[in-house]
Design a protein around this ligand. Structure first.
Ligand code: PHE
Length: 342
């Protein structure tokens, strides 16, 4: 019996045949199991001899089965190792890391600088109603400012009941949305894309602005001036700046000012802080009482300043980029040249 099973085990070629042998010997109706059951009918003397012998045989077959199983496993592993080899000396396939687009990078820089002055980031939709984009900002239907903005209107059927929508022409509608959402006091900036039908070296139909809005009980132009000076120093990494507030006009601010920074051009690169040139960077002013009212804020109790700055423009200045359109071409050679991609 022992010879028979040890030979069968040795000859088994795979796990299934080992299992067959196991069942034949040790299964419920296995040969060895049946023999062990016969022990019950034996005389005590016979049993004393046959019992230990059968148990020893059972142990031997069990361990032979286990050993054969392990050997088969090793063989299978060796076969896999032979078939699935890998040449670790082959050169790797290069992978270029993605990078943040310069406009996003500059938006994040701007947000970080204003965060240090207590401004949080607000957002609004790029498709907005003409009420948010114009009326609420004190630009009524036939105001010339609407024509100047080169607005993209959403096409609608004549009998469409929804209010007219536009691609926002500036980030100023977010002023109204912030007032409605939080009430006074407010201290937010809103960076984001805006749209105007215009295209040349310094204009693209989609560009980016960052809106600033601070509303409180005693806000003045002096606060605006300080915030902008701090911003320009931090953004252009200079210790001294000089800002020039030029009287201007926006329907949504009164008084209004456009702000220039003192600068010079040295061999094509901009130097901020010294020189005889002035460079316009933004529009600003004290929030018009009608605008506060449109946002549900009492102009007798609260005042505020607001500004709107071109992100693409300050990015061009900081990085010495001559053509705005290049920002939106996604040309990797260009991005690498300016250090915006690896
Ligand atoms: N919205 C104005 C523009 O796009 C900029 C601006 C914002 C001016 C806030 C004053 C106050 O030109």
């Amino acid at each position: 019996l022992k010879r028979k099973y040890l030979d069968l085990i040795a000859g088994a070629a795979d796990e299934a045949s080992i299992e067959e042998v196991r069942l034949a010997a040790l299964g419920k109706k296995g040969e060895l199991s049946l023999k062990m059951r016969e022990l019950g009918q034996m005389s005590p003397e016979e049993r004393q001899v046959a019992g230990p012998a059968l148990n020893a045989l059972k142990d031997e077959i069990t361990s032979a089965l286990a050993a054969k199983k392990a050997a088969l496993g090793d063989a299978a592993l060796n076969e896999r190792l032979r078939a699935e080899w890998l040449d670790v000396t082959l050169p790797g396939r290069g992978r270029r890391a993605g990078t943040i687009h310069p406009i996003s990078q500059v938006s994040e820089e701007v947000a970080a600088i204003f965060a240090d002055m207590g401004f949080s980031v607000a957002e609004g939709p790029r498709i907005d109603t003409d009420w948010y984009n114009f009326d609420a900002l004190n630009i009524p239907s036939h105001h010339p400012a609407r024509a100047e903005m080169d607005t993209f209107y959403m096409h609608r059927d004549a009998n469409d009941p929804r209010p007219p929508h536009v691609l926002r022409t500036h980030t100023s509608p977010v002023q109204i949305r912030s007032m409605e959402a939080h009430g006074a006091p407010i201290r937010i900036i809103c960076p984001g894309g805006v749209y105007r039908a215009d295209y040349d070296q310094t204009h693209t139909p989609m560009f980016h602005q960052v809106e600033g809005l601070a509303i409180d009980r005693d806000i003045s132009m002096a606060n605006l001036k300080w915030c902008l000076e701090e911003f320009v120093k931090a953004f252009f990494e200079v210790d001294n700046v000089e800002l020039r507030f030029r009287a201007s006009h926006f329907p949504f601010t009164e008084p209004s000012a456009e702000v220039d920074i003192r600068c010079s051009w040295e061999g094509g690169t901009l130097k901020v802080g010294t020189g005889d040139d002035w460079l316009e960077i933004l529009g600003s002013g004290m929030v018009h009482p009608k605008v506060l009212q449109a946002g549900g804020i009492d102009p007798n109790e609260w005042q505020g300043f607001a500004f709107g700055m071109g992100i693409d423009r300050i990015a061009m200045l900081k990085y010495g980029i001559p053509d705005l359109r290049a920002f939106f071409d996604s040309d990797l050679r260009w991005l690498r040249h300016y250090g915006f991609a690896s």
